[in-house]
Design a protein around this ligand. Structure first.
Ligand SMILES: [Zn+2]
Length: 165
């Protein structure tokens, strides 16, 4: 896992970027100690003491359990939510610091980030599950997902669905 110094430095860099992602920064902030969070916010005194919940173990858990939601949103062509999924993964995998961050082409946001998700599925050996507690992936969604991951137009869009690949 990345050190507190590294996390602080990355938040500084992302905060200066014109197109920085709010989700990404939020996840990084969650990985800071109370003391460092106060420091980051110009010695803010109104920050409640809290415990950091991110560890290598919980990050891997997030990476695994979030995938069902991420797949559903890609298959449903929900642009905003798909974008947020990718932002979460960006933060979690960077924080995890296991060498996989640089193996993913984060800028290749084709088809709602589907190729990025597929790469994450492969890197972390995440089962393409059909359901978790809140979301279920229909059997046909697998075909849609894998077609989109290749950068191709999904079967629904080919049949005239105008939500758009
Ligand atoms: Zn489509």
């Amino acid at each position: 896992m990345k050190s507190q110094v590294e996390i602080l430095a990355r938040i500084e860099i992302l905060s200066d970027e014109f197109v920085s992602s709010v989700e990404d920064i939020c996840d990084l902030r969650r990985a800071l100690t109370t003391k460092n969070l106060m420091l980051l916010d110009n010695n803010a005194t109104n920050i409640e003491p809290r415990q950091i919940t991110y560890t290598d173990y919980t990050l891997l858990e997030e990476i695994n359990t979030y995938m069902c939601f991420a797949i559903c949103k890609v298959v449903e062509h929900k642009g905003f939510l798909s974008c947020r999924s990718i932002d979460h993964y960006k933060a979690w995998i960077w924080l995890l610091n296991d060498g996989n961050y640089d193996k993913i082409y984060w800028d290749d946001y084709a088809n709602y980030g589907c190729p990025i998700l597929l790469k994450i599925i492969e890197l972390y050996n995440i089962p393409f599950s059909y359901e978790n507690v809140e979301y279920s992936v229909e059997k046909g969604d697998r075909d849609i997902f894998y077609t989109m991951a290749k950068g191709q137009i999904c079967p629904n869009c080919l049949e005239g669905d105008t939500s758009g690949c």
